[in-house]
Design a protein around this ligand. Structure first.
Ligand code: GLU
Length: 388
C-alpha cells in the first residue's frame, strides 16, 4: 500500500514507545524501573473521579459541543484569569483531547506549507513532528547547559525571518525542567511584539515548580503580547489525569473558532463525562496538586543528588517539571545506545536525548515512587560505573 508521503516524514513517539515497552516488560514479570514517560504515578484525585462518575450516572454520555462543555470552558477561563492573569472569556477556550492535541489543533489551524516555526532545542519531541505534518518548517535553535538550555533573546531575534509564524515556548520545560525567569520572558515578549510573530506558551508543567520559583505566563505582560499569545495546557500533569486526555487552548477568537471547526470534523468532542471530572479538578480543592508537588520535590532531590554523585555525570538542577537531563557524553556512548544497553543490562528505562535533539543526554522522569527511584538509581550507577 502506498501511504501518504507525510507519514514517512515523521517517526513514532519514542516517549510513548519506551513507556509502553517498559509496561509490557513489567506485565511479563520483569522487574523494570521505569523513568521513561512523564506520567505521575498517583491515582487521579478522588473528587475528580467522583465527579466524572456522577456525570456518567446522570447520563452525560452523549455528544457534546466540539468546543467543549460550556461549564468547563468557563472554569478554564476563570482559572486563566486567577492563576495566570490572562483575560479570556469562555469563547476564547477550546477543550481538546489533551495538551498534545491542543498543540496539534493549533498547528493545523495556523501553519501553512513553508511557514517557519521556531523551536528551541532540546525540545519536546512532538513539536517538530506536528509542524512537519502541517507542511511547515521547524527552525531548531540549539541551546546548551551554559544558558540553562534556554534560548537567548539574541538567538530568538536572529532566527526570525519573514516566513516565521510561530515561536514555541515551553516553561517549565520538557525535557530539561528549566524555567524561564520573568526577565527572560519579558525579553522574549518584546521580540515577539516587535517582529509581530505569534507565540504558543505550552504551560502543561506550570504547577510543578520548586524552591519558590515563579512562572510568568507570557501573555500576561501586556495587551500587545496578549493578542499574539496562545496558551496550551491540560490536566494530565498537575492532576495526574494522563489517561483522561483533557487539555485546552486559549487564544484569539478567530483562531479558537478555526480549531473548533477542525475538531468538529475530527474528534467531534472530548469525552463528555470526563470533562465533568476536569471541572471538579479546577473548582475543587487544590490540595492534591500541592501534595503531589511535595512528593515530586523529594524525589527530585534524591535523583539529582544520586546522579551528580556518579563520577563523570553532570546535570543542572531543574526548577520545574519532573525530569532530569544529565550529560552522558563521558560514558563514550550516544543516547540511544546508552538507553538500549541500560534497559537490556539493568532493566532501567530512560528516554534517549536524541528524541529531544540532545544526543549527549538522556532524560529521566522522577514522576515515579521513591522505592523505584532508589532501586533504579542503584542499577543506573552500576551501569555508568561499568562504562567510565
Ligand atoms: N509528555 C510526556 C513525556 O514527554 C508523555 C509522553 C508524550 O506524550 O510524549 O514523557
Amino acid at each position: 500500500m502506498k501511504l501518504a508521503q507525510r507519514v514517512s516524514q515523521v517517526a513514532p513517539s519514542i516517549t510513548l514507545a519506551i513507556a509502553a515497552k517498559a509496561k509490557a516488560m513489567k506485565a511479563e514479570g520483569i522487574d523494570v524501573c521505569s523513568f521513561s514517560a512523564g506520567e505521575p504515578d498517583f491515582d487521579s484525585p478522588a473528587h475528580v473521579k467522583a465527579a466524572a462518575q456522577k456525570a456518567l450516572d446522570e447520563g452525560k454520555t452523549k455528544y457534546g459541543p466540539a468546543s467543549g462543555e460550556p461549564k468547563l470552558r468557563e472554569a478554564i477561563a476563570r482559572k486563566l484569569k486567577t492563576d495566570n492573569g490572562l483575560d479570556y472569556k469562555a469563547e476564547n477556550v477550546i477543550v481538546t483531547n489533551g495538551g498534545k492535541h491542543s498543540l496539534f489543533n493549533l498547528i493545523l489551524a495556523l501553519i501553512e506549507p513553508g511557514d517557519e516555526v521556531i523551536i528551541p532545542a532540546p525540545y519536546w519531541l512532538s513539536y517538530p513532528e506536528m509542524v512537519t505534518l502541517a507542511g511547515g518548517v521547524s527552525v531548531i535553535v540549539p541551546t546548551d547547559v551554559s544558558t540553562g538550555y534556554k534560548i537567548t533573546p539574541e538567538q530568538l531575534r536572529k532566527s526570525i525571518t519573514p516566513k516565521t509564524k510561530l515561536f514555541i515556548l515551553n516553561s517549565p520545560s520538557n525535557p530539561t525542567g528549566m524555567v524561564y525567569t520573568p526577565e527572560e520572558i519579558q525579553a522574549i515578549a518584546q521580540i515577539i511584539v516587535e517582529t509581530d510573530i505569534l507565540v504558543v506558551s505550552d504551560e502543561i508543567y506550570e504547577k510543578i515548580l520548586y524552591d519558590g520559583v515563579k512562572q510568568v505566563s507570557i501573555g500576561s505582560l501586556g495587551p500587545e503580547i496578549f493578542e499574539r499569545t496562545i496558551i496550551s495546557n491540560g490536566f494530565a500533569k498537575a492532576y495526574s489525569m494522563t489517561g483522561w486526555r483533557i487539555g485546552y487552548l486559549a487564544g484569539p477568537i478567530d483562531l479558537i473558532k478555526a480549531t473548533i471547526t477542525i475538531q468538529s470534523h475530527s474528534v467531534s468532542n472530548v469525552c463528555t463525562f470526563a470533562q465533568y471530572g476536569a471541572i471538579a479538578a479546577l473548582e475543587g480543592s487544590q490540595d492534591c496538586v500541592e501534595e503531589m508537588l511535595q512528593a515530586f520535590a523529594k524525589r527530585r532531590e534524591v535523583m539529582y543528588e544520586r546522579l551528580n554523585a556518579i563520577p563523570g555525570l553532570s546535570c543542572p538542577k531543574p526548577d520545574g517539571a519532573f525530569y532530569l537531563f544529565p550529560d552522558i557524553s563521558k560514558t563514550g556512548l550516544k543516547s540511544l545506545d546508552f538507553s538500549n544497553r541500560l534497559l537490556e543490562k539493568e532493566q532501567v528505562a530512560v528516554i534517549p536525548g536524541i528524541a529531544f535533539a540532545g544526543d549527549d543526554n538522556i532524560r529521566l522522569s522522577y514522576a515515579t515512587d521513591m522505592a523505584t527511584i532508589e532501586k533504579g538509581m542503584d542499577r543506573f550507577e552500576k551501569f555508568v560505573k561499568s562504562l567510565i
